[in-house]
Design a protein around this ligand. Structure first.
Ligand SMILES: Nc1ncnc2c1ncn2[C@@H]1O[C@H](COP(=O)(O)OP(=O)(O)OP(=O)(O)O)[C@@H](O)[C@H]1O
Ligand SMILES: Cc1cn([C@H]2C[C@H](O)[C@@H](COP(=O)(O)O)O2)c(=O)[nH]c1=O
Length: 710
């Protein structure tokens, strides 16, 4: 896709189209001239594109590339050479046109062979970086270098002429440039033939049926694209983006007029698009970090589309430049991610055809979009809206429609190829930009209700959990009382590790010291196992799960208490739980002095209970901050109040989450919490029942649980 047109191609294309439109007068005629030139220029792709893909998959890609390059070497070299032997400009110019056309056709065959071969030569993990380098070189460094060299040669030539030196015709700057081009093709042929033999080893594959006819292979290629969701999404997303881009090009001149500018404004906007393109390619991967590349691709298309729509609304050139920069960045990022995805995820045997379809499709779509939109924009003029006297230019309407279609293409592509269904897109993007993409939401139907009790040491959680569980069971409900850490056999061992008193975090790092990050990981490990083997299975059965501590304890103790970055601890827990969130968190708030005094009476303090008062103050504040940030999901109660009053208030709040109990004592099906819209954050993997020997998904009392305290 990226090799569809180099920057030189683009500039040449635009220069000729603009030149043609300048030769006629009247908007409609200008639009027609502009569109026609573009259409003629892109036409060869229509004929050769499909064939080129089959060739790339059918023949040895190395030989294909070498033969193409040798032919291009000869053709490039003949253009200035023919001019040396004739003084008739008809012949030299005519041959230049014919040779350029053949070169263009050969390039159409060379590109899919090269694009399909590259992913076999580069480790997948480096493919993106390699593509980035190629694109920056193609669109950034090479054209600038080429322009600079040509300008320098021109200067040198003029200086020689002024100095009276007669320069041979073959050494004129344009001839030298063409000879240089010719020899660069020869050099490529030599390097590919002798230096990259691996292309033959992997690319010479027979295209999924060596004996098949070319027609058969062609049809198979299309079938593969049509039937593979990811490829379908990718190809149509790319085509949608190109269509939107085509409208921008086709309407560009008229848009520049509508801003009160002329050709210079048009040039500025195009420069902005190309600068944006470069920025998107160069900085995009760093900006989005670990975001899924499929999501990045779709978001980039949406960005490009939305920016085109923005262009439709802007009144000033300055804003239009910002819009054009954004269009370019979106397109650049879609370029990079799309190529990397095509290279990395499409099998070698069909890759050539997929690249060729993209190459041909983009040219055709671009051609149509440019031609149609330039004709429409030229003929459309501007209209008053109703009788308000507000003029609406047809160009802007076209831009608006193209932008919206671009955004829709991005959405559609996402539906086809999203590899993180259930994970919200924007939070995932934001987390990825901060270096921690969201984990996959684990989705499965869930009908139970998940209630968590949180609070500092001795806040009264066990006491209240016991009272609530009893009340619910008396109502005939299935209740699973559980806790963290230590509800499973694995968890019991982890609990021992984190709470035994000879393991410290404050002492020198040695055999008995436990680093804060290790502590966080141990709690997360307990949680992952607990959620997978106890909580999710119970929720799937439709039970009410009441847990003594959950994620918030990690945020408060390891985050606020140990001062580990809270968002990192949060990410760790989200990963461990697959995003499972409780329906209700009951926070029992007590002054640590009160709570610690309570547990003091219970016997020897564990490792966490022995932490400083400051530590416990931070933990308390951590809990309160979490509750304040999401009040709808929390019930915060003063833990020093009378236990019976607290129990009544908790029961009343919990009752709001539960279905009414039927007269026979059976709760209705379909607990209110079973809202499929919340499944992403609430659902679990196909969990298992606890293994023999493991403590059950306990239905025991808090006292029984406490008996297992490590
Ligand atoms: N509301 C209350 N008022 C006074 N004492 C209470 C209250 N609730 C519980 N207690 C007492 O405080 C002590 C600790 O209670 P409990 O074990 O329920 O707390 P906890 O939050 O589970 O503690 P930890 O998390 O440290 O295990 C117990 O002796 C309990 O009887
Ligand atoms: C889940 C969890 C717990 N902790 C701490 C909090 C307590 O000090 C102990 C658990 O003891 P309890 O008597 O069972 O309440 O562990 C933690 O620091 N981080 C966590 O994620």
């Amino acid at each position: 896709m990226l090799s569809v047109a180099s920057l030189g191609d683009w500039l040449g294309l635009l220069a000729t189209a603009t030149f043609a439109s300048a030769q006629v007068s009247g908007n409609a005629a200008k639009g027609l001239a502009f569109g026609s030139v573009i259409a003629v220029r892109l036409l060869p792709a229509l004929v050769l594109g499909p064939l080129a893909g089959v060739m790339a998959d059918r023949w040895d890609r190395r030989y294909t590339m070498v033969i193409c390059d040798l032919l291009r070497f000869v053709l490039f070299a003949t253009i200035p050479t023919v001019a040396l032997y004739t003084s008739d400009p008809k012949i030299s110019v005519g041959w230049a046109a014919v040779a350029t056309f053949i070169i263009e056709a050969i390039t159409l065959i060379w590109i899919p062979a090269k694009d399909a071969a590259v992913p076999n030569l580069i480790p997948r993990a480096r493919l993106e970086a390699a593509n980035q380098l190629t694109l920056i070189t193609t669109y950034g460094i090479t054209p600038v270098l080429a322009a600079a060299v040509l300008a320098a040669l021109n200067q040198f030539y003029q200086w020689l002429e002024k100095s009276g030196v007669i320069v041979a015709a073959w050494a004129a700057p344009s001839s030298l440039a063409l000879y240089f081009l010719a020899f660069s093709r020869l050099a490529t042929a030599v390097v590919v033939f002798f230096g990259i033999r691996e292309i033959s080893l992997s690319g010479h594959n027979g295209g999924g049926g060596k004996g098949d006819s070319m027609l058969r292979q062609f049809v198979d290629g299309w079938r593969f694209i049509g039937q593979t969701r990811m490829v379908r999404g990718l190809v149509l997303g790319i085509l949608g983006a190109f269509a939107a881009g085509g409208v921008v090009i086709g309407t560009g001149q008229f848009f520049a007029f509508s801003l009160g500018g002329g050709d210079a404004t048009f040039a500025i906007l195009f420069a902005a698009i190309f600068i944006g393109l470069g920025l998107g390619i160069a900085l995009g991967p760093r900006l989005i970090g670990g975001l899924s590349r499929r999501r990045w691709f779709c978001l980039s298309i949406m960005l490009a589309g939305a920016s085109v729509a923005l262009l439709a609304l802007v009144p000033h050139l300055s804003l239009a430049v910002v819009g054009a920069l954004l269009v370019g960045s979106g397109a650049g990022m879609a370029f990079l991610s799309g190529t990397t995805l095509l290279g990395g995820e499409v099998g070698d045997e069909v890759r050539g055809r997929v690249f060729a379809v993209v190459q041909t499709g983009t040219r055709v779509v671009l051609m149509l979009a440019i031609a149609v939109s330039s004709v429409l924009a030229g003929g459309g003029g501007s209209r008053d809206v109703g009788s308000t006297g507000v003029p609406i230019s047809f160009t802007r309407v076209l831009l608006g429609v193209a932008g919206v279609l671009g955004v829709l293409a991005g959405f559609w592509a996402l539906r086809q190829m999203d590899d993180k269904p259930g994970v919200p897109l924007l939070p995932d993007l934001i987390s990825s930009m901060r270096g921690r993409p969201l984990g996959m939401a684990e989705v499965s139907p869930r009908t139970g209700v998940f209630i968590v009790f949180e609070g500092g040491e001795g806040a009264g959680k066990s006491t209240q959990i016991g009272l609530l569980a009893q009340r619910l069971r008396d109502d005939g409900r299935e209740v699973v009382v559980t806790r963290e850490p230590g509800a499973t056999e694995v968890g019991a061992r982890i609990r021992k590790m984190v709470l035994e008193t000879h393991t410290t975090t404050s002492g020198p790092v040695g055999a008995t010291a436990l680093a804060p990050r290790a502590e966080a990981l141990l709690y997360a490990a307990d949680r992952a196992h607990h959620v997978s083997t106890v909580v999710r299975p119970a929720l799937r059965r439709g039970d009410i799960v009441v847990s003594d501590r959950y994620v918030d304890s990690s945020l408060a103790y390891q985050g606020a208490g140990r001062t580990l970055p809270v968002d990192e601890v949060s990410w760790l827990s989200a990963w461990a739980t697959g995003g499972l969130k409780p329906d209700l968190v009951v926070l029992l708030d007590v002054d640590p002095k009160v709570g610690l005094a309570r547990v003091d009476r219970r016997g020897e303090a564990d490792r966490l209970e022995r932490e400083s008062l400051d530590f416990h103050e931070r933990v308390r504040q951590g809990f309160l901050d979490l509750a304040a940030a999401e009040p709808a999901r929390y019930l915060v109660l003063d833990g020093t109040r009378d236990p019976a009053q607290l129990a009544a208030e908790i029961a009343a709040r919990v009752a709001r989450l539960l279905p009414p109990v039927t007269p026979g004592g059976e709760p209705h099906d379909g607990v209110p919490g079973a809202d499929p819209a919340r499944d992403g954050e609430r659902q679990g993997p196909a969990g298992r029942v606890p293994a023999p020997g493991e403590p059950p998904a306990t239905t025991g009392s808090p006292a029984e649980l406490r008996a297992g305290r490590g």
